[in-house]
Design a binder for this molecule. Structure first.
Ligand code: MN
Length: 295
C-alpha cells in the first residue's frame, strides 16, 4: 500500500454563463467509484444578467447530484419536477434511459453562487431504467474534531444520507477548521478529495481550490490538516467495474448508444420529453466520429 497522495489540477469549462472548475473526468482519472463528473461552480456573483442559466438538455445513464454552498438554483425537468435548491440541500435526478432538465437562476436571488454538480454513473442493472427526481431538504451532519461534515451520499462517520444510489459510494461536504482531522475510510473504496476553499494537507500532499487529491484504495483512514478554514468534498466508492463512454451529457458504453441519444434529442421524441423552461433548448453538438460508427 502506498501512502502517497496524488494531486491533479481541474480544468476550466463553461456551464451556462459560469466558468467552472472540472475535477472529473481527467485524462488520468476517469472515475472515483461511480462518480464520473465533478464541477465546482463559483463563487460567482449572480446579477440581473449573469447567473447559472442552463437551458433544457438531456442525460442518459447517470444521476446528477447538485449541492449548493451559496445561492439558489431552480431545477425543472421533463418529469414535471420544479424545485428550488438552497444551501444544505441535495437534488438528485436519475436519468436512466433518458431525462431532460434545465437549471435556472431564480427570479429573486442576487448574491454569491457556489456549489458542485456531480454525476454518478448508473450500473448496467439500472441504466436503462426509468428516470426519477428527489429533493433532500435535510441531510445528516456530524462533527469530527474541528470538522463539520454533511453526508450527501452513502455512509460516513456513522451517519447515512437518505439519497438513493445504485452502487456503493460516499460523498461528503467537509468544512474543516484550522488543525488536524483524521477520518476513518472504507478500505474497499477508492477516494478523492476536491479542495473547494482554503488550503489543506491531505496525507503527504497540499491541495488548493481547483485541485483534486486522489487516495486510491486500501486505506483505513486519512489525515487532513487545514492550514486555514477550508471546505472539501470527499468522494469515494467501490471502483466502477464497467468501462464508460462519456460524451456531452450522456454516459453510455459505446459510441452507437451516444449517437442514438443525440438523434433522439434532435428529433424531440418521447425519450427525453419536454422541459417547461423560459430558456432555449440546448442542441446536441455533432459527435466527432462518423455516423454509423460503433467502435
Ligand atoms: Mn444537466
Amino acid at each position: 500500500m502506498s501512502d502517497h497522495v496524488e494531486v491533479l489540477d481541474s480544468h476550466e469549462a463553461t456551464v451556462g454563463q459560469l466558468t467552472v472548475r472540472r475535477a472529473l473526468p481527467r485524462r488520468q482519472l476517469r472515475t472515483i467509484g461511480a462518480w464520473c463528473f465533478a464541477d465546482h461552480m463559483g463563487p460567482a456573483e449572480v446579477t440581473e444578467t449573469s447567473g447559472l442559466d442552463v437551458g433544457p438538455h438531456p442525460h442518459t445513464g447517470l444521476q446528477t447530484v447538485t449541492w449548493l454552498v451559496d445561492g439558489a438554483v431552480l431545477h425543472r425537468d421533463s418529469l414535471g419536477s420544479e424545485q428550488v435548491i438552497r444551501p444544505g440541500q441535495l437534488n438528485l435526478m436519475t436519468a436512466g434511459h433518458g431525462v431532460a432538465h434545465a437549471e435556472e437562476a431564480t427570479d429573486g436571488y442576487r448574491g454569491t453562487l457556489q456549489g458542485v454538480q456531480l454525476w454518478v454513473a448508473q450500473p448496467e442493472a439500472t441504466r436503462h431504467g426509468p428516470a426519477g427526481f428527489a429533493h433532500h431538504a435535510e441531510l445528516p451532519r456530524i462533527e469530527i474534531g474541528s470538522a463539520e461534515l454533511t453526508v450527501l451520499a452513502g455512509t460516513f462517520g456513522g451517519v447515512t444520507s437518505p439519497a438513493q444510489f445504485d452502487t456503493d459510494l460516499v460523498g461528503v461536504d467537509a468544512v474543516v477548521g484550522p488543525g488536524h482531522a483524521a477520518w476513518e475510510l472504507n478500505p474497499a473504496f477508492e477516494y478523492a478529495v476536491i479542495a473547494l476553499e482554503g488550503q489543506v494537507r491531505i496525507g503527504d500532499a497540499i491541495a488548493h481550490p481547483g485541485q483534486i487529491a486522489t487516495l486510491g484504495t486500501n486505506r483505513q483512514e486519512v489525515d487532513v490538516e487545514a492550514l486555514e478554514t477550508s471546505r472539501l468534498l470527499v468522494l469515494g466508492g467501490v471502483p466502477f467495474p464497467e468501462t464508460l463512454v462519456m460524451w456531452w451529457n450522456f454516459v453510455a458504453r459505446d459510441r452507437a448508444e451516444i449517437s442514438a441519444a443525440v438523434a433522439s434529442w434532435r428529433d424531440r421524441g418521447e425519450r427525453f420529453g419536454e422541459v417547461d423552461s423560459r430558456l432555449d433548448r440546448i442542441p446536441a453538438p455533432l459527435p466527432p466520429w462518423p455516423s454509423g460508427s460503433s467502435a
